[in-house]
Design a protein around this ligand. Structure first.
Ligand SMILES: *[C@@H]1O[C@H](CO)[C@@H](O)[C@H](O)[C@H]1NC(C)=O
Ligand SMILES: *[C@@H]1O[C@H](CO)[C@@H](O)[C@H](O)[C@H]1NC(C)=O
Ligand SMILES: *[C@@H]1O[C@H](CO)[C@@H](O)[C@H](O)[C@H]1NC(C)=O
Ligand SMILES: *[C@@H]1O[C@H](CO)[C@@H](O)[C@H](O)[C@H]1NC(C)=O
Ligand SMILES: *[C@@H]1O[C@H](CO)[C@@H](O)[C@H](O)[C@H]1NC(C)=O
Ligand SMILES: *[C@@H]1O[C@H](CO)[C@@H](O)[C@H](O)[C@H]1NC(C)=O
Ligand SMILES: *[C@@H]1O[C@H](CO)[C@@H](O)[C@H](O)[C@H]1NC(C)=O
Ligand SMILES: *[C@@H]1O[C@H](CO)[C@@H](O)[C@H](O)[C@H]1NC(C)=O
Length: 422
């Protein structure tokens, strides 16, 4: 068949040129620009350092040059605006300098231990700067963005932050942290890092601050407690294959995935492991007053009854009322209490009532002009809630406990035709 040859040729070429360069240092007189020359390749050609394009913008980082979208594994200044096309990157007085119209002298690296005497894009995917004693003074492995690679680890307090989307490498909605108690945990961005807010963890508590997450270049991903206790193996130890590379990443959808890439085959990528397995678990994947529903393993956002999507096709933007809000001064309109079955939320109770029947509970909310929702549970607790509701998701087992009821009025002037699903 002709097709495989066609795919292999450009990469075979890449390998020959890269290998013929051997382990040569990057010349400190080289400069990179987004459009003109090629990036700095690792000897195998699997990794490159330089400019890459994303969503119409330009960024600097380490990426997989053999993949069609130049999968990035490390990004410099991800929350800065995209770089102008006339940016240049090069060494100046021993530091790597990024020059652009917006930032005339932004330093990419802040080396300690002397100025750069040589630099290397290693086959591990680590971009390293050395001083004149061949000591490492800076390496991209020390400041991971959303990814760790084979040979890289995440030590206590280190975090990975998801990207906003596949086309926007800026900081997104989720983070992974190697906690000081030995737990690897996932959280929404901007919440306290406590069990109440986490949406997945490795269940390895009370193991102290020296536990690290390791990814080996054979794809073995595990938590290690020195001197040699394997607290948790996410995958099993394998045999290193020259043509395979592994990366573990917290993705824009909040799922932590281990990927393998066959570097001789463009875009041949597999998911080796992922957590959590319920893709609706990441808290905040659907915005305020919305909740996540798994439809054929794909997370979709739905709105509370009486609510409509704020931005069509963007569940993260959340939902708003499709009816006029109740006024305490002029209680006129009538409101219904509608159930939101088989869902769970973050509950923020402002008034807790005990030992009511369900009907009494719903009545209590209806008669309180400040009450916007209520939960009722099997122990006859009736908890009044205020909007917005957040971190909602459907739960499969029915009979949700507590059960949420939301106060809904007749549609008023804010009404527009919108879809509840993404
Ligand atoms: C890379 O540069 C360093 C420092 O200049 C030098 O000592 C080393 O031999 C160089 N390595 C190679 C492979 O050229
Ligand atoms: C590359 O990016 C485009 C646009 O975002 C996307 O449609 C496509 O699926 C991506 N391809 C791969 C292999 O990730
Ligand atoms: C980059 O381009 C902009 C506009 O095209 C120009 O104003 C600016 O001077 C250029 N910067 C450099 C460093 O060439
Ligand atoms: C984890 O992996 C290590 C290294 O392969 C192995 O020695 C250990 O037995 C594994 N632990 C479990 C629970 O599988
Ligand atoms: C990677 O792809 C090449 C080319 O198709 C194939 O020969 C090789 O067996 C693959 N490697 C692995 C580890 O699957
Ligand atoms: C979706 O909405 C969120 C929150 O308002 C916003 O940050 C994000 O940029 C939106 N995404 C798209 C693709 O418009
Ligand atoms: C809630 O879950 C139960 C049990 O799975 C199911 O019978 C019921 O139809 C569900 N309700 C809704 C509204 O989806
Ligand atoms: C919003 O309210 C209007 C007016 O009553 C109604 O026609 C429309 O169907 C409602 N939209 C949704 C999504 O419920």
């Amino acid at each position: 068949m002709a097709a495989p040859i066609f795919i292999l040729l450009p990469l075979a070429f890449l390998f020959i040129t890269a290998t013929s360069q051997g382990q040569k240092n990057i010349s400190l007189t080289d400069t990179l620009t987004p459009s003109s020359n090629s990036p700095w390749f690792s000897p195998s050609g699997a990794f490159a350092f330089g400019f890459y394009q994303r969503g119409g913008g330009c960024y600097v980082g380490v990426f997989l040059p053999g993949t069609s979208n130049k999968t990035a594994v490390w990004t410099y200044g991800r929350d800065n605006p995209p770089l102008p096309r006339n940016s240049t990157l090069g060494f100046s007085s021993g530091v790597l300098v990024l020059q652009s119209a917006e930032a005339p002298d932004a330093y990419v690296t802040t080396p300690v231990g002397g100025s750069t005497a040589s630099a290397s894009m290693l086959d591990s995917g680590n971009f390293v700067l050395y001083n004149s004693n061949q000591e490492v003074i800076w390496q991209s492995f020390d400041t991971p963005t959303d990814t760790i690679l084979g040979g890289q680890s995440l030590s206590a307090s280190q975090e990975l932050h998801s990207s906003a989307s596949d086309t926007d490498p800026s900081t997104g909605l989720f983070l992974a942290i190697m906690q000081l108690d030995g737990v690897l945990a996932l959280y929404p961005q901007g919440t306290p890092l406590t069990a109440d807010y986490g949406y997945w963890d490795s269940q390895t508590p009370n193991n102290g601050p020296d536990v690290t997450l390791h990814l080996e270049d054979d794809g073995f991903l595990y938590l290690l407690k020195p001197p040699g206790v394997y607290l948790k193996n996410f995958t099993s130890q394998g045999v290193r294959k020259e043509d395979m590379i592994y990366l573990a990443r917290i993705d824009p959808d909040g799922i932590f995935r281990l990927y393998s890439y066959n570097i001789t085959r463009k875009d041949d990528r597999s998911v080796e492991m992922y957590v959590p397995t319920d893709r609706c678990k990441p808290k905040g994947i659907c915005g305020l007053n919305g909740y996540c529903v798994n439809v054929d393993q794909n997370p979709q956002c739905a709105c509370l009854p009486g609510f409509v999507s704020v931005e069509d096709g963007n569940g993260t933007a959340g939902c708003e009322r499709n009816f006029t809000v109740e006024s305490c001064r002029n209680p006129t309109a009538s409101f219904d209490m509608q159930p939101v079955p088989n869902t769970t939320w973050e509950y923020d109770t402002y008034s807790a009532l005990k030992l009511l029947t369900k009907d009494e509970c719903l009545e209590a909310c209806q008669q309180d002009c400040n009450c916007e929702a209520v939960t009722y549970d099997a122990s006859q607790s009736c908890n009044k809630q205020k909007l917005p509701m957040r971190f909602g998701r459907s739960i499969p087992d029915g009979n949700s406990n507590p059960q949420l009821y939301v106060k809904v009025g007749a549609a008023g002037p804010v009404a527009t035709e919108r879809h509840g699903f993404e």
